[in-house]
Write a protein that binds this ligand. Structure first.
Ligand code: ZN
Ligand code: ZN
Length: 325
């Protein structure tokens, strides 16, 4: 219900709870996602919002949480709304990494999985801090501090989400949508695309403090909101590195890892201009333009040297060999 509520249900809820309709409308992501996802068509899904419930069970992703926030909630702990967002990986207040699994049994956190004996059907607010699988108290999970870079990218993501615009590294975004679309493409490429693995491995080696993070195996073709928090964290640290000097760092890293425009680009996906321009214009090594007179001169020279007529493709071959890197 925090993702989508049908409009007739909103009215019913408003009547039953005696709450103004405006207050209910601010709750679901579907009606409040303009800053990070522009909906098209009739889908009720919202990109970046991590699924819970049945879908989560199948895909094995869980609710994210900050153990320290849950401790501070004392008797009425609750899961923050922004913990549902795939572009958040750390707690801004405590500067620690969010978790999405039970540290004891490694099961994804899911409120739907609360198993209770029939006689104990009434839930207590405190129940939500216990792992539904093994009953571990999630407040006891060891907290791991988030590095400066992770905090920075989380701050950028939060402010883009809250304001609908803002700066990210050396880039200014008038519309946060363009920012989120771009980092979505980069994250998918780095973490879920086999063609992105050269770039990912190169970055792990190059940006030294980051490579200590995880070495989780590659997951193929997952939407960012379905990725485990460790994967998103790794991808965002790399994206943060790029954003400090966009597009230079990105272009240099692609070139160093032999990642080409063709590997990066997919005709089935849409790219915001700041990514598209970089892929098309900054990364591509265009062959030098050779004037017709030059070609003719080469042709003439070769035919004189070899004492035979030279075909056009031979000139082209010669030019490619000598002029294109
Ligand atoms: Zn916290
Ligand atoms: Zn557990």
């Amino acid at each position: 219900m925090d993702v989508y509520i049908r409009s007739d249900h909103i009215e019913k809820l408003s009547l039953k709870m005696n709450v103004d309709i405006r207050y209910i409308k601010v709750a679901p992501f579907f009606l409040n996602c303009d800053y990070f996802y522009s909906q098209s068509g009739n889908t009720t899904q919202v990109k970046w919002v991590m699924p819970i419930g049945i879908a989560a069970k199948r895909r094995r992703t869980g609710l994210q949480y900050c153990p320290r926030c849950l401790i501070e909630d004392e008797h009425t702990p609750y899961y923050r709304k922004h913990w549902r967002l795939g572009f958040i990986t750390a707690c801004i207040h405590h500067a620690i990494q969010l978790l999405d699994r039970c540290p004891n049994c490694n099961h994804p956190i899911s409120l739907k999985r609360l198993q209770k004996a029939p006689e104990a059907i009434i839930y207590h607010p405190i129940d939500i801090v216990y792992c539904a699988k093994c009953n571990f108290d999630l407040r006891c999970a060891q907290s791991k501090s988030a590095c400066v870079e992770e905090m920075k990218i989380n701050q950028i993501n939060s402010s883009q989400y809250a304001n609908g615009y803002g700066s990210a590294g050396n880039q200014e975004f008038q519309y946060s949508n363009l920012y989120f679309e771009g980092i979505r493409r980069l994250l998918s490429f780095l973490i879920c695309n086999p063609k992105g693995q050269k770039l990912c491995s190169y970055l792990k080696e190059t940006i030294k403090p980051y490579h200590t993070y995880v070495n989780k195996p590659l997951v193929k073709h997952l939407e960012p909101e379905l990725m485990a928090v460790e994967h998103r964290r790794l991808g965002f640290l790399m994206i943060y590195y790029f954003l400090q000097d966009w597009p230079n760092r990105f272009v240099d890293s692609c070139k160093a890892s032999a990642t080409t425009t063709t590997q990066l680009y997919s005709p089935y996906l849409s790219y915001p201009f700041w990514i598209a321009d970089t892929i098309r214009f900054s990364l591509k090594t265009l062959p030098p333009i050779v004037a017709k007179q030059e070609k003719d001169a080469i042709k003439h020279y070769l035919s004189k040297k070899l004492d035979r007529s030279i075909k056009d493709y031979e000139t082209a071959k010669f030019l490619k060999k000598w002029l294109v890197k």
